[in-house]
Design a protein around this ligand. Structure first.
Ligand SMILES: [Zn+2]
Length: 127
């Protein structure tokens, strides 16, 4: 299996509902997100998927969240905007966009990792 990754960043505010502590209050993070794709087959020039394509689909979703209060944006108006839920949101969006971009391609989303701070991450793998 081959695995390739790209990263992007966005800045956003959030407030964790039901959290008893400082994170219940509105505050912001400089988020980093890493998309990992996995697949058995390379194309004719030796790529699993062009990094340019990966950066584009990741950037589209990061751009949607950038400089927003996440609690105001679906699905985080209902779902708590924790790093875990943000990782799953990116995972689902990446899977959908990848299927549109490369229908029938054997490449799959392996994982999405979200950094909320330099030392804290959440990863969703879909398994
Ligand atoms: Zn926070």
């Amino acid at each position: 299996m081959f695995e390739v990754t790209v990263e992007d960043t966005f800045a956003a505010g959030h407030a964790l509902r039901g959290y008893h502590g400082k994170c219940e209050n509105l505050h912001g993070h400089n988020y980093r997100v890493r998309l990992a794709l996995r697949g058995p087959q390379l194309d004719a020039i030796g790529l699993l998927l062009d990094f340019k394509d990966m950066k584009q689909i990741l950037g589209e979703v990061a751009e949607r969240l950038d400089h927003h209060h996440l609690n105001d944006l679906a699905p985080f108006d209902v779902l708590n905007p924790s790093a875990e839920n943000i990782a799953k949101y990116f995972y689902d969006e990446m899977a959908r966009r990848l299927a549109e971009l490369k229908p029938g391609h054997s490449v799959r989303v392996a994982s999405v990792t979200v950094w909320e701070t330099d030392t804290t991450t959440a990863t969703y793998t879909g398994e």
